[in-house]
Design a protein around this ligand. Structure first.
Ligand SMILES: [Zn+2]
Length: 156
């Protein structure tokens, strides 16, 4: 950092301290050229990634929640545990690149990403996730979804 006294940009940090709120760091610096001591503050400048819920409210993106949803869908399915982790990573990457502009994504977009991935891996998990996520109201909706899978399967 540029010394406010002589303008030299080389300094050494004498002390770093995280502020009580945990959101900023205060550093005590000493100019290597003239020995002047000054203080700098470092703050988080990144907006957290948010998820927009159905009712329009925003919540910070929660990776655990995503993981749990995927785990539940894949419970007792012949899919390796490492696959769950891999799947979460892939979906997270997709979600973040999709919502890059505003640093937010809607639950429905996120849900569709999960469905797309599950569809390729395990059809039962796909139906499980869809029934929770799309709130199937009745058996008809469920059957329609299963038929859709069959159709997609044939067209592939
Ligand atoms: Zn200086």
């Amino acid at each position: 950092m540029r010394c406010p006294y002589c303008g030299n940009i080389e300094d050494k940090v004498l002390e770093s301290r995280t502020m009580a709120n945990g959101e900023s760091i205060r550093r005590r610096r000493e100019c290597l050229s003239c020995g002047y001591r000054f203080t700098s503050y470092e703050r988080i400048d990144e907006k957290p990634f948010m998820v927009i819920k159905r009712d329009g409210r925003r919540q910070p993106y929660d990776r655990d929640k995503l993981n749990k949803g995927i785990e539940r869908a894949l419970e007792k399915r012949p899919v390796a545990t490492s696959m769950v982790e891999q799947l979460s990573n892939d979906i997270e990457d997709l979600a973040i690149s999709k919502g890059r502009e505003n640093r937010e994504i809607s639950t429905s977009e996120l849900g569709e990403l999960v469905l797309e991935k599950l569809y390729d891996i395990d059809k039962v998990a796909y139906i499980r996730f869809a029934s929770v996520y799309r709130h199937f109201e009745n058996l008809d909706e469920f059957i329609t979804e299963v038929k859709n899978i069959e159709k997609r399967g044939k067209s592939k």
